[in-house]
Design a protein around this ligand. Structure first.
Ligand code: ZN
Length: 287
């Protein structure tokens, strides 16, 4: 059996003895719990308050600033999606975002394992740029692997539920540019029929406006092939937080996430909508 190179020629030492010194998991999460009820069905999540507030400034504000939720250690989010919140809880505890995969529903139809639009919408609402950026990385990786691009329905929902200039919207916009400007009719007419694309222009003024801008700026090409930071919320000169994070559960070592513009709920109540991310089509063109 080969000797590992790292220890070849090294003199053995007695094993190091154990001594406390690292922050324990119990210290990380604390002992106090909060109850969160999500969706019209009030799906119940019981989460450690300390880690919830450490990871998500929105909840820090909600549970420590004299709001009713803080005194009751409970909050309700009837308009949000329990499955997306479940994804968020996984991230809160483990910095983990599950990969996307295709599966069959009970009727035998192809579906994917979680909804990127709804999860992105939740992450944007809670001002979690690290989550937003990693959703985009996960989504584009999945689309690349499966040779998919956002469907008209996906794009419709993204424009209906995320903020102006959100990277998810821009990914969708670039998809339609790519479909119409770069690919042939035979390749795309079935998946992206004219009637569905027309609906996007008709129902979303911002989509029409973004499309005109992108066309005038000469934007085209496959959005899956662009560098990942094209679809991140950080500014051009700001560090990419995902460079320190590769999907592994390194939850002891990671820095606190920061919204680029620090606009998240610092001057508003806990239900206020977040401001738009700093990313823009104009910034993208300049890269
Ligand atoms: Zn980046």
């Amino acid at each position: 059996m080969a000797t590992p190179a790292a220890v070849t020629g090294s003199k053995p030492r007695p094993s190091t003895s154990y001594g406390p010194g690292r922050r324990t998991f119990r210290e990380l999460v604390g002992e106090e719990m909060v109850d969160i009820y999500v969706g019209p069905e009030e799906v119940h999540f019981r989460i450690h308050k300390r880690i919830l507030c450490d990871r998500v400034p929105y909840f820090q504000k909600m549970f420590t600033s004299g709001f009713k939720e803080g005194s009751e250690n409970a909050a309700r989010f009837p308009e949000d999606d329990p499955d997306s919140f479940d994804m968020l809880v996984d991230w809160i505890y483990f910095y983990n975002i599950r990969g996307l995969a295709r599966m069959k529903d009970s009727d035998g139809n192809d579906i994917i394992t979680w909804d990127p639009v709804r999860f992105y919408c939740l992450a944007e609402k809670l001002c979690l740029p690290m989550v937003m950026d990693n959703i985009m990385d996960t989504l584009r990786k999945y689309h690349k692997k499966m040779q998919e691009l956002p469907s008209p329905d996906f794009i419709y929902r993204a424009y209906a539920s995320t903020s102006d200039k959100s990277p998810l919207r821009n990914y969708c916009l670039m998809t339609i540019r790519y479909i119409l400007a770069d690919l042939g009719k035979d390749e795309t007419e079935e998946g992206w029929p004219t009637s569905e694309i027309q609906k996007l222009f008709k129902d979303h003024d911002s989509f029409a406006s973004d499309y005109i801008t992108a066309t005038r700026d000469g934007i085209s090409g496959d959005p899956r092939d662009l560098p990942k930071c094209f679809f991140h919320v950080h500014g051009e000169d700001e560090p990419c937080i995902t460079n320190d994070w590769n999907g592994k559960r390194k939850y002891y070592a990671l820095p606190q996430q920061k919204h680029p513009k620090k606009q998240c709920l610092e001057s508003a109540g806990p239900r206020a909508s977040p401001a738009s991310p700093s990313w823009s089509t104009a910034a993208m063109i300049g890269r």
